[in-house]
Design a protein. Structure first.
Lengths: 1143, 230
């Protein structure tokens, strides 16, 4: 694969960080992925179940093409990719330079435990005397000070929580692989200067610090200290504030002149704390309070030592920076806390509840009351806790909590087989995403989740002190109810991530009034600082699919920038993978045994195992290495392979996953396809401490070794196939989404053909004149059209239509009919479908019977033409959800509430005297849109909720609409004669169904394009190489369409990037002589990688699309479909080997 | 069902958006109100009426008077609707002779006679002297007396007229404390009422007068501290 020059730093390794990193890596950029936490995955490590499948599915983000360059196992367990360097416990501390050429400084905290040596045996945690609340379980359980950040990681190494650790050293003593090092040896070289005028302070400090192994010197005055500093080198200075002569602050100032980088810690009595704080402003590192107690002081100084000494600082140059720092949750115990969070144990946050239902949670997934462990029978969810709350300084919606709550309620139902009673208390159920409304309806109608439109005031106890919670609430009619619950789950809202301000300052990006990253204009990923992009919830909480889209938009922009600065243009060809052709050789296995630094010799005899191995057929050599995970060990292996004629390598060591990346590298140096190497785990079997006889251990070791040999012998030595790629794109649809996608691809140097059926480019944006934020769609439109028209790589056909398309990823061929009636056939490697949507037509509410009855779209146009005079309007009424959110069009169109708010605010601004009524079901002002809803109420717009079963009624008399509706709050009727009645009819797809048929892709029941996976692959079709964006996927705003178009382009670019793409090494093949052409495999293939070629009369597998899942092999009645690397004979041999050695 | 007829422009209850307009109609107030349901009480309805400019309906309703002004609703309101101000304003808009119960009568009495129950000056002073004598002679507080209109005292004490009227001995609770603490205190001989019913009847004008009287005492008697036991 060609390697691009250019690199990116991704800050934050949650969903969006991983998405951005993989995007860039798949395009060939070098990526550094950092996270301040000691684990990957962000909040997702804690979430087991995702709406709408109620499973995880994160692995679906893994590369589908060139997939051997990355790990292919559960992403929640870990990730590696050839082009991604992962640095955990790391923060971005400085950034200089300019876009395309930033110098960044990263600071990595020491984890005390050598992550490569740690084998995760857990002995350390067993002896650790400290218990601290475990954030992984939301504090519902305790963990030790040395712990696994995520219980299911692979590899899984322990880390030390230095804040909780007492430095007792027990773990260091017991660690069998000597992976834990508190740096006692290093401490001897760490020189501390103690400056204090009191002898007793100096003496006692010296004694304590010497005991801890530090090197200590003392000075009794500032003058002496400065003199010593000028002559000798120190690493840390402890400086008293109150001293005769020169005081501490003065000494600090002068010390900063002599040695600006020397960390100085002030020592202060209570009386001089303010001075100490002042000193920190001048540059002191920290301060310590007198009087000193060695039990408290020593851990503090040791922490300082780790902070100063062990932190690794790395400087590097990157072309762009992607911020994906995620979000923090609102702490409901702050503020007024009328729900008693932190007071009542049975009041938990939604994240804590998520842990409660998890198999790795506090009760292995059983839902029990935290107060007494009793089974939970009744749960209440409270929405909008710390969101949509002016008193919590949160005039925003946290967007994701409504679906989160529904999912949790369904999980509770599922886990209890319907026994748990569930109620969701809400203000507006914000089901604004694709398929959300039907999910909600199913929860209510099929699973019996109760939805109560009411915000609860407070939670009390029943007075019996048994942990049961009493909830009083008023229903919509105003009737008050009291109900008891076992558990109350609070939908804690979003807050900016810790450290957001520092990161913003470092990168020069602007934050919004609530501390989230501000995005620019019509982009969801551009920040105020060029070259710094934002992905995911750092710019406001969003669900997984939105995060994934935005993250890809960020990586597209990052890549475009690097490309425009010349980085991406220069391509260097990495040395061809010149693997030896061993296809005509008999299998010759070299077995390499790792002794794990001698730890295994106690329970297994390596000489005996070696001689047994040598006696095995196909084994041509055995080599034992002391410690394969060390550099020395690895180099020894490389040397052994040099000039060795073996064509299969069996490595017997530990955790095979860990070696996947290293094997790629080894393959290159040994010129042997890494698929012909196998790692088996003997360490688990031979690790000391198992209560097993040596001979039994040997037997087990022999079994896994012979299984490995069996597998290797049967491996197909043929090199993996590569396919030629036509490096051109076809974009169907010339609206904002299509143009954005086309430009994004063309800006990377690839030819794009843009086909638009209308006579002009622009689509819906032609009729939009302003957004609720005040941006001008017309400016965006003009700019986009002009760029498209001027772009040398974009050919545009307006007034053209698609006739026919065939082919597969990398090689499509599409015929179009141009405006002049001429046909043309285009060859392209990828297809982007951006066929848009249109405002739905309606016959409801007397539409068409009066000129005063308009749709939002009609209104928009009339306003633009000057056909409506706001000054003359006495009354305006708007009805939301017209024909929407009920069958057959049971989805939310997402943009109508903002259109209504936008137009209502416009009218109020033009004429505050106009009475404006908005009849709504749930106001969908998600995210920061909420402020406009607040603004509209402040401006006096009257909002009247209505129920779908009792809609407003409209009639027309003398050309004037009359509207009657119930005001559910007052239980009385509205009778209005509005001058304008505006209907929000929503969005329907434009040409989705026909185009989908032409390109052989799917649409959903509403005619919108069906994505491969709603959360993890939101812009992909199942059919690889075809992507979607804009309204044709689902209703969305312009900015959201732009982001999606960029994401689609990003997905397309990873294919266009090379002239050839390699399939995975595990792919399916067809033995045509056995094939009966029954097509069962075609129907079963979940990746649509197979088709029946009727000309050739055979089943053809597209090796790029095939993901090696093996479904075809399983359903084939003739064993004609086989999987490379898992052929029958080979698998049988492995099974035989496993059984043969069992007693 | 009578259709809603609104007149927001004339409304006196939509003083600021925070008084009602910003309301979500989420029901937090109604769920938390201790008297929701009492005679149909529903604070959300009251706020909705205010937001729609249905002033007269709200003023004529019992809502503002059932409300105890306890403030639970406002404490938790996510939009910070100033329900208490709005409710008081609604009380104030009621015609005075239609103010329920004795509170408006008390206000009139206080304006005329210096306390809500109209206790004459002499009766009040006689009562104080009598009670003080009991404490001095029979209850173990030798030398106790009630300092009336004492200039330069530290504490100025107001009185809830209910006590001299019906529970005179209750006044002794504070007196005993003062005695034990050797406190320097005083009671005004007139206009000593400490219970400002103007607050409850929404009568800002009278409330101001009553407060003004206390301020006047403080200035005239040069007291440093005000003690309003109510």
């Amino acid at each position: 694969m060609k390697k691009k020059i250019g690199s990116t730093l991704v800050v934050g390794s949650g969903i969006s960080g991983i998405r951005s990193a993989l995007d860039m890596a798949e395009q060939g950029y070098q990526v550094t992925l950092i996270d301040k936490e000691p684990h990957l995955g962000g909040v997702l490590t804690q979430l087991d179940y995702q709406f709408p499948t109620d499973h995880c599915g994160m692995c679906k983000m893994l590369p589908l093409v060139e997939r051997d360059s990355s790990s292919q196992y559960c992403l929640r367990k870990g990730l590696f990719h050839e082009n991604i360097d992962i640095m955990l416990s790391t923060e971005l501390v400085a950034m200089e330079g300019e876009p395309g050429k930033f110098q960044v400084t990263l600071r990595q905290k020491s984890s005390i435990v050598d992550q490569e040596r740690c084998i995760g045996c857990g002995e350390c945690a067993r002896v650790c005397p400290v218990e601290a609340p475990d954030p992984f379980n939301g504090g519902l359980t305790d963990r030790k000070a040395i712990y696994l950040p995520v219980p299911h990681n692979i590899p899984n190494a322990y880390v030390v929580d230095l804040d909780a650790c007492t430095h007792c050293g027990e773990c260091e003593k017991i660690c069998p692989t000597h992976a834990i090092d508190f740096g006692k040896e290093e401490r001897k070289k760490f020189r501390i200067l103690v400056v204090d005028d009191e002898l007793i302070v100096r003496d006692s400090l010296k004694e304590w610090l010497l005991d801890e192994g530090f090197d200590v010197d003392m000075a009794e005055s500032g003058t002496e200290a400065l003199e010593k500093m000028s002559k000798e080198h120190f690493h840390l200075k402890l400086l008293d504030i109150k001293m005769p002569g020169m005081d501490g602050v003065e000494v600090l100032k002068r010390a900063k002149e002599i040695r600006p980088d020397l960390p100085v810690v002030m020592m202060t009595a209570y009386a001089t704390v303010e001075t100490a704080v002042e000193a920190m402003k001048i540059g002191a590192h920290d301060y310590l309070m007198k009087p000193f107690d060695p039990d408290n002081l020593i851990p503090l100084i040791v922490n300082l030592y780790h902070d100063i000494q062990s932190a690794g600082v790395k400087e590097m140059e990157v072309g762009s920076v992607i911020l994906a720092g995620g979000f923090d949750s609102y702490d409901p115990s702050t503020g007024k806390d009328t729900y008693g969070y932190g007071l009542f144990p049975n009041v938990v946050t939604s994240l804590q509840f998520e842990r409660m239902v998890s198999g790795t949670g506090p009760n292995q997934g059983k839902i029990l009351r935290p107060s007494d462990g009793k089974e939970v029978k009744k749960i209440a969810w409270f929405q909008c806790v710390g969101s949509r709350d002016q008193q919590a300084d949160a005039d925003f919606c946290s967007s994701a909590c409504c679906m989160f709550a529904i999912k949790e309620a369904l999980l509770a139902k599922e886990k209890s087989e319907g026994q748990i009673d569930t109620t969701i208390f809400y203000m507006d159920m914000r089901t604004f995403g694709k398929d959300f409304q039907r999910y909600r309806d199913r929860a209510e109608k099929e699973s019996g989740v109760h939805f109560e439109r009411s915000r609860v005031h407070s939670v009390e106890t029943t007075g019996k002190d048994d942990g049961t919670l009493r909830v009083a609430y008023a229903d919509t009619t105003g009737t008050k109810h009291e109900e008891d619950f076992d558990l109350v789950v609070l939908a804690a809202g979003q807050r900016p991530p810790t450290g957001a301000e520092e990161v913003a300052e470092t990168c020069g990006v602007v934050l919004n009034p609530w501390g989230f990253c501000q995005v620019e204009g019509f982009s969801l990923s551009r920040t105020s600082s060029e070259g710094v992009l934002v992905g995911g919830s750092f710019s406001g909480l969003r669900d997984i699919s939105e995060s994934v889209i935005q993250a890809s938009s960020a990586s597209l922009e990052a890549s475009r920038l690097i490309h425009s600065k010349g980085g991406g243009l220069a391509e260097e060809v990495s040395p061809e993978t010149g693997f030896r052709d061993v296809s005509r050789e008999m299998p010759q296995v070299l077995a390499v045994l790792c002794k794990c630094g001698g730890t295994l010799s106690e329970s297994a005899d390596f000489d005996e195992i070696s001689s047994w191995l040598e006696a095995q057929g196909s084994v041509t050599g055995v080599h034992a290495i002391d410690s394969l995970c060390t550099h020395e060990g690895w180099d020894e292996l490389k040397e052994t392979l040099q000039g060795n004629s073996a064509n299969r390598i069996l490595i017997a060591s530990c955790m095979p996953y860990v070696y996947a990346r290293k094997l790629r590298e080894l393959g290159r140096s040994a010129e042997l396809n890494p698929e012909l190497m196998e790692v088996v785990d003997i360490r688990t079997l031979a690790f000391p401490g198992r209560d097993t006889e040596k001979e039994a251990v040997h037997q087990e070791v022999r079994a896994v070794l012979s299984m490995g040999i069996g597998k290797l012998k049967g491996m197909d030595p043929l090199p993996v196939a590569t396919s030629r790629i036509v490096q051109k794109a076809l974009v169907v649809g010339g609206g904002i989404a299509g143009m954005t996608a086309g430009l994004a691809i063309a800006d990377h140097g690839f030819e794009v053909t843009l086909v638009e059926k209308a006579a002009e480019l622009g689509g819906n944006a032609r009729t939009l004149h302003r957004t609720i934020e005040g941006h001008s769609p017309q400016e965006l439109l003009e700019e986009s059209i002009s760029k498209v028209e001027k772009h040398p790589l974009i050919r545009t056909h307006t007034g053209a239509k698609i006739i026919y398309s065939q082919g597969h990823v990398g090689n499509f061929s599409t015929s179009i009919e141009k405006e002049d009636g001429q046909g043309e056939t285009l060859d392209h490697g990828v297809t982007v479908l951006a066929t848009g949507g249109i405002e739905a037509k309606t016959e409801s509410y007397s539409y068409g019977e009066s000129e005063a009855i308009l749709t939002q779209h009609d209104l928009e146009e009339k306003l633009a033409e000057g056909g409506v005079e706001p000054a003359n309007l006495k009354t305006v009424a708007m009805i939301q959800c017209v024909d929407s959110r009920e069958e057959p069009r049971n989805y939310c169109s997402r943009i109508c509430c903002q259109s209504a708010l936008k137009n209502a605010l416009f009218f109020k601004k033009q004429n505050p005297e106009t009475d404006i009524y908005i009849f709504y079901r749930d106001m969908m002002s998600y995210g920061f849109m909420e402020t406009y809803y607040s603004e509209a109420r402040k401006a006096g717009v009257i909002f009247v909720p209505y129920d779908v079963g009792q809609k407003p009624e409209v009639s027309v008399e003398d050309g004037r609409p009359r509207l009657s509706a119930l005001d559910p709050i007052l239980g009385r009727e509205w009778l209005l004669e509005p001058d304008l009645l505006v209907l929000s009819t929503g969005v329907v797809p434009d040409a989705g169904r026909e185009v989908a048929e032409q390109f052989g892709v799917e649409v959903n029941q509403d005619g919108f394009y069906q994505e491969a996976e709603s959360k993890w692959r939101p812009v992909d079709f199942i059919k690889e190489g075809v992507f979607m964006c804009g309204l044709a996927h689902s209703p969305r705003s312009i900015a959201e369409s732009v982001a999606m178009a960029e994401a689609a382009a990003q997905r397309a670019l990873r294919i266009l990037n090379s002239d050839r793409l390699a399939s995975g090494s595990v792919v399916a093949e067809v033995r045509h002589s056995l094939c009966a052409l029954c097509e069962r495999c075609v129907a079963f293939c979940p990746y649509e990688a197979r088709h029946h070629d009727e000309d050739e009369e055979m089943i053809v597998v597209n090796e790029l699309m095939c993901q090696g899942c093996g479904s075809c092999a399983a359903v084939c009645p003739n064993s004609a479909s086989v999987l490379r690397g898992y052929r029958d004979q080979q698998v049988f041999e492995v099974i035989d080997a496993a059984l043969e050695n069992v007693v | 069902m009578e259709a809603l007829a609104i007149n927001r422009k004339e409304s006196k209850l939509r003083v600021a958006p925070e008084w009602a307009d910003v309301c979500f109609t989420c029901g937090t107030c109604a769920g938390g109100c201790p008297v929701t349901g009492v005679d149909g009480m529903d604070p959300r309805k009251a706020v909705r009426m205010a937001a729609l400019g249905l002033d007269q309906e709200l003023v004529d309703s019992r809502f503002p008077w059932i409300c105890t002004l306890c403030g639970r609703c406002e404490y938790a309101c996510p939009q910070g609707v100033e329900i208490l101000k709005m409710m008081r304003k609604a009380r104030g808009l009621r015609e005075r002779d239609k103010v329920p119960g004795p509170i408006h009568k008390g206000v009139v009495m206080d304006l005329e006679r210096g306390n809500n129950l109209g206790i004459p000056r002499d009766d009040f002073l006689f009562l104080l002297a009598d009670l003080a004598k009991e404490m001095d002679e029979d209850e173990g507080f030798p030398g106790f007396y009630v300092p009336v209109d004492k200039k330069g005292a530290n504490i100025l004490l107001t009185v809830n007229s209910k006590e001299p009227f019906g529970e005179p001995d209750d006044m002794k609770f504070w007196w005993r404390i003062f005695y034990a603490a050797k406190e320097d205190w005083t009671v005004p001989s007139e206009n000593w009422e400490g219970v400002n019913w103007g607050l409850f009847s929404g009568d800002d004008e009278s409330m101001k007068i009553f407060v003004g009287r206390i301020v006047e005492h403080l200035e005239r008697l040069e007291c440093k501290t005000l003690l309003l036991p109510e």
